[in-house]
Design a protein. Sequence first.
Lengths: 220, 138
Amino acid sequence: MAQDSGAPEATDKWFDRASPTYRCVVDPTHQISSLFGWVSVPSAAWIDEDGRIVRSNEGTYPAPTTIRFGLGKVRVGDSAFARATRDWIERGADSEHVWSHEQLAERLKPVDDDTRLAEATFKLALHFETVGDSEGAWRHFTAAERLAPDNWNYLRQGWTHKGTLYASLKVLKRTNYLRKNSDKSYYDPMGLPGENHHRYTEPEWLWTPAVRRIKQLLRR
Amino acid sequence: MIILANGMTNEVTRRSDAKGVLWVRMDELPRATGWQMKPEGACLGELCVPLPANKREEWIADADDWVWFCYSDFADMIGQKYVRDGEVWSLGSVPQVRSVGLESAIAPDFEVTERNGNTLRLSDLRGHKVVLFTWSSW
């Protein structure tokens, strides 16, 4: 499911490149993340044959992934979620990765007033963006950011309104700040075996290997 | 006037004397908000909220030759957040829907457009395991 206010123009090339054999949908208003309480991508839920959520996580990369930007890149993700998903598909409720009622309750717990107001504000921003009122969109994107500063979906979609380069720089600046000043992670740990959980991942620049080598030599 | 709710954008009639209050024409209420009025109260799918007896006459009123429902007062009562800019009202999620999900763990239903243009409801996939996976281009 592509969660992108620019869909389908922004998402078609990625869909085409993936040659999907599964259902592909677009969600330009972030409706589904609002319903499931996700604040970042990728996110995923397992829903059983009776329509019950049996697991819901953020940071659900299907494989180790390298995200490139200009002269840098970050490495994120692992195969833990894909392995667990295969296990659930084969074993259903017997899978050890199915969540207990308590785990689900923690995930689906009620959200506070600011979070709900942020959602309404963010949707208003998306509307103004759609109708071409850039000033109105930006006003409400920034209001949503103030109300829900930990919601990466709102932050990154809002920053993208000012262009991809602006959004990339904002992400780098904010993750750099949080890496140095916070114990938080970009994604909560999924709690899966073999998970390579990461905090805010440090970018590797084109010159990073050379700098690392020089540091090694200096240490000698 | 425009109401943004449940991922949909709905153009609705504006009550001529509405001042900072969201009045929705009763016949437009289901399309605009998902709620519809029933004898037991305002209902959203399986969820029904009785209207307070002392508010019923105040919230359901005649004007401009139509029957109107005072949605913003109702939203205040159920704790649904909304924000307005000019002629556009944006409604947040209904907290009670989340509470129902918390009790039953039934996934909230939604309707989205498939890439091929078909409409897909999550509830259409009952009987199958579903892996719902989000991504974005940004």
